[in-house]
Design a protein around this ligand. Structure first.
Ligand code: ATP
Ligand code: MG
Length: 445
């Protein structure tokens, strides 16, 4: 019997060749979130299943079809299908909501959903998300949307549209549900099995069904915006005004109801048409009832989550810039044991200065070592042989230009290298017209 050691369907590996793309998103996500006053939270990969049943909602695709649930002895756990439930649970359990409000946390984490794998739809995927708790003001909605927009802009993404909607509060939704039931009851038999159940439990979910038949039937369904109570309506108008004031373009799309049960009032999505069906790169909204539902005091809150793999697909498509992966600053080609020992010592000193130094560990000949240095794109090389060890002086070669400088092989090596290196950086900055966004040394990686 052959052993299957391939990775499971719907999962991906990230190798060092590609990881700088992830670092780019993670760095920009952290910086953007922190500039809006959010701090990072880290939560467990799995939670008690009940947490998701309670919060995500029993009529959602996620709970009905997509959860990875594990029975362990007496307990039952579920791998997190999203970040909000665990984050709110953690905020409650750690007393964050008793501190000064609003409480603002962000996260970068993996999620697990048993879906049919395809481009932009994985079984293990990653989200950058955040939650803000404590404010019921539409200013908070504008703030969170503005953060998402800032992040997408900083990544250099284009042609991403913002859709907003309000799905009201439980009061306006009761009337809306009634109108939806009346509408869908007329074609009840044509709806998919899940939607027939939704018709009883949560008819709004039908509008979010991916089946083309249900979508077609839903085309002329009543719109939630016609059923908003005064408070919800005012909230939505204020949000639109704030977004306009902030020069954030948006479209009202009354069909957006969002996949999870916990939303109230504002819901929004950032969508691109450039990557096919999986074009929603960010989804979010307000969930004023969730914290209470999970055992806390009534606390209005809101948040969003971005799919990192989907962002990467769009970035690739649009040829966006990434952080430059760190390259070898200096490579020592060594001949003989004494030279190797010298290279080790000098590398140690250079690394203390923050440089990426490397020497041969494969026992290659000199020619092969230089070939390797070229292959890894080393910025500088030094050849160390018996002559250099004896004289205490070697030639530091700048690989791109081919220029050589004498350099002493003593404790002054690292500071001397730094000086020469700094001149090179100045040269490069001049050539690039002073563009230092992505640093040459890779310090920012
Ligand atoms: P979709 O309608 O595409 O299934 P969703 O409503 O289920 O999305 P959310 O629960 O709102 O998605 O998750 C937030 C974001 O996480 C999505 O906008 C998307 O970018 C990303 N995402 C969701 N599911 C997946 C998945 N299976 N693979 C990759 N990314 C995903
Ligand atoms: Mg989904």
């Amino acid at each position: 019997m052959s052993i299957n050691i391939k990775r499971p369907n719907g999962t991906e590996d990230v190798t060092p060749k590609n990881v700088h793309k992830w670092h780019t998103i993670e760095k920009i996500a952290r910086e953007t979130a922190e500039s809006f006053g959010f701090g990072e939270i880290r939560i467990p990969t799995f939670e008690n299943t009940d947490l998701f049943l309670r919060s995500v909602g029993e009529t959602t695709d996620v709970v009905q079809k997509e959860m990875y649930t594990v029975k362990a002895k007496e307990s039952e756990f579920t791998l997190r299908p999203e970040g909000t439930a665990g984050t709110i649970r953690a905020m409650l359990q750690n007393g964050l909501l008793n501190e000064a409000l609003p409480q603002r946390v962000y996260y970068i984490l993996s999620c697990f959903r048993h879906e049919r794998p395809q481009a932009g739809r994985l079984r293990e995927f990653h989200q950058f998300g955040l939650e803000m708790a404590g404010s019921s003001s539409p200013a908070a909605d504008a703030e969170v949307i503005s953060l998402a927009k800032t992040m997408l802009d900083r990544l250099g993404l284009k042609n991403i549209e913002l859709y907003i909607n309000s799905i009201g509060c439980p009061a306006c939704r009761a009337k809306y549900h009634e109108a939806l039931r009346n509408y869908f009851n007329l074609r009840k038999e044509e709806l998919c099995e899940t939607c027939q159940e939704r018709l009883i439990k949560n008819p709004m979910r039908i509008l979010d069904c991916k089946s083309p038949v249900c979508q077609e039937i839903g085309k002329n369904a009543p719109l939630i915006l016609d059923y908003l109570c005064e408070e919800c309506s005012e909230h939505f108008e204020k949000l639109k005004k704030y977004l306009t004031d902030l020069d954030i373009e948006f479209k009202v799309n009354p069909k957006i109801v969002r996949g999870l049960d916990y939303y109230t009032k504002t819901v929004f999505e950032f969508v691109t048409t450039e990557i096919g069906a999986q074009g929603t790169v960010c989804g979010g909204g307000r969930y004023d009832g969730l914290i209470e539902q999970l055992g806390g005091q009534h606390t209005p809150a809101l948040g969003f989550a971005m799919g990192i793999e989907r962002l990467l697909i769009v970035m690739e498509k649009q040829d966006c810039d990434y952080l430059v992966p760190k390259k070898c600053d200096i490579y020592f080609a060594t001949m003989g044991e004494n030279a190797l020992e010298k290279a080790m010592k000098l590398s140690k000193a250079l690394r203390e200065y923050g440089y990426f130094a490397e020497y041969d560990m494969m026992g290659r000949g000199l020619k092969a070592q230089m070939k390797y240095a070229n292959k890894i794109n080393a910025a500088f090389t030094v050849v160390l042989g018996d002559n250099e060890i004896e004289s205490g002086i070697a030639k530091l070669k700048e690989m791109e230009k081919g220029t050589e400088t004498d350099i002493r092989l003593d404790e002054k090596f690292a500071p001397a290298f730094e000086e020469i290196y700094f001149d090179k950086i100045l040269d490069i900055m001049e050539e690039q017209g002073g563009d230092t966004l992505f640093s040459f040394t890779g310090e920012d990686n």
